[in-house]
Design a protein around this ligand. Sequence first.
Ligand SMILES: [Zn+2]
Length: 209
Amino acid sequence: MSIPDLKGVIIGGPGPTKNDFEKGDYIHYTLRDKIIATMDTAYVGEQGVEEVMERAPKILRHVRYVKEKRIVQDFLYEIGHDTGLATYGEEEVKRCLKSGAVKTLLLSEALSVVRVMVKCTACDYVEEETMREQEVLGFEQSLSGQPCPNCKATSLSLVEAKGVIDELAELAEQTGTDVEVISVETEEGQMLKNSFGGVAATLRFKPPS
Ligand SMILES: [Zn+2]
């Protein structure tokens, strides 16, 4: 028996019966592997199920954090042991993505940087800028009175604003790479953001340099 979309099982109930149920020979092993929590409830039956449902988001969040910590720790292990099977920084990660070397792409959820393209409609002048998401609107407004550095016409406009997360995730998708967006709720998540610029990767093989 296997349910591919089943992420986890939470067992709940008042009293010790649930523990006997969990430890006894009642559950198929493929389901047992999916048990993520056992929970005390005040009620049985439908009300008990409601209780479990109410508390499930908190439990799932915790499960998510545990997973995130493990993912970042795997990355830190490779870095710490200098195995060459991990890298970080946008440019380097992008290069590894393109060569298909990335096993898991780690992106900090705090990465709210976007890339915009400025184009002149009078000539073919183009420039690229990277900025924080909240700065885009102000930047776009500042363009209207500005002369084009190339032809001096005031016809600069913003043509594209793409999130760095989206861009890297798209690239990862094209090469069949796992993407993990890591929150900043854990110590490891903070490290990813602060020490590694929010972009990191574990590698399948050392990329050609
Ligand atoms: Zn121009």
